[in-house]
Design a protein around this ligand. Structure first.
Ligand code: BTN
Length: 282
């Protein structure tokens, strides 16, 4: 990774101000051995880091955009995602996945695990867990989320845009966009390593995870995901926009990352939906 941020060609940079809220030397320290494979550009404000990487089709695999703030941050299922200038870590990575998009169903789950691995490396994993499909929780409250999108290009179909949003400090999101209690790292007494070092560590674990996923898919990661899953073997409700809510016991994930629920009608497999859980049970 070069010392100064690289601006890829053919991108309208005029309205974009480079930010100094990220120390690229510290990012490189966190990136370690994968530093030559990643290029990080910090910007003061964008609409959405995911949207920029989707639209900037000249930006290569390995390019990471980190924004101090987003004006139109996106969450799953069409929700918006609020990130605060000081309180959040908000970034997206473009990455070539060596398997067709039809086999990406477990990719967002693998990315959540990479976040858990990074927190573990930095000694920040106490009370942390994952909620299907791609929420990061701490003590049952949402700490962050993952949004994976496909970068459609006439030339190739293997580029994913992987967005991660984390609430680091208690200048809280306004919660209007988030349908569950929010946690931050520092309001739970977690000492934060330097934000840039954390970003580098997250990217290091993400790149290693993307290599694993490209090679083997999600199936070998099931056991690790189950270890961190906050609702495995617990009662859950699964909500859908236009279907009745499903109630049952979470029985784990399939090798493709779908959710298995034991219901009164037997075991059923779900590829979408929004879980709510009874917090006293996790
Ligand atoms: C969710 O939990 O709904 C997923 C939230 C993902 C938010 C991140 S922040 C960086 C990237 N840019 C976006 O617009 N969204 C993702």
């Amino acid at each position: 990774m070069p010392t100064s941020a690289t601006r890829p060609p053919s991108v309208p940079w005029n309205d974009l101000e480079e930010g100094h809220f990220i120390d690229l030397d510290q990012v490189r320290q966190g990136l370690g051995s994968v530093a030559p494979r990643v290029d990080v550009l910090p910007l003061i404000q964008v609409d959405s880091t995911n949207q920029r990487l989707l639209e900037w089709d000249t930006v290569p695999s390995g390019f990471c955009l980190v924004a101090q703030s987003q004006t139109a941050g996106r969450g799953r299922q069409g929700r918006s995602w609020h990130s605060d200038a000081l309180g959040s870590l908000t970034f997206s990575l473009k990455w070539a996945i060596s398997r067709p998009p039809s086999q990406w169903s477990g990719l967002a789950l693998a990315v959540s695990l990479a976040v858990i691995r990074a927190f573990t490396l930095r000694g920040m994993a106490q009370g942390i867990g994952v909620k299907w499909p791609n929420d990061i929780l701490r003590h049952g409250k949402k700490l962050g989320g993952v949004l994976v999108e496909t970068a459609h290009s006439p030339l190739r179909d293997d580029l994913a845009v992987i967005g991660i949003g984390l609430n680091l400090q208690p200048s809280l999101p306004t919660a209007s966009n988030i349908s569950q209690p929010i946690s931050t790292l520092s309001d739970q007494g977690i000492s934060l390593p330097e934000r840039s070092l954390l970003l580098g560590t997250l990217l290091h674990e993400l790149v290693r995870m993307l290599d694993e996923f490209s090679r083997d898919g999600f199936a070998p990661l099931i056991t690790e995901w189950h270890e961190h899953c906050v609702h495995l073997h617990h009662p859950i409700e699964l909500h859908f926009p236009a279907q009745p809510t499903i109630q049952g016991i979470c029985a784990g994930l399939t090798p493709q990352g779908a959710l298995i629920v034991k219901t009164s009608a037997g075991e059923q497999v779900f590829h979408g939906g929004e879980i709510s859980l009874r917090m006293e049970s996790v």
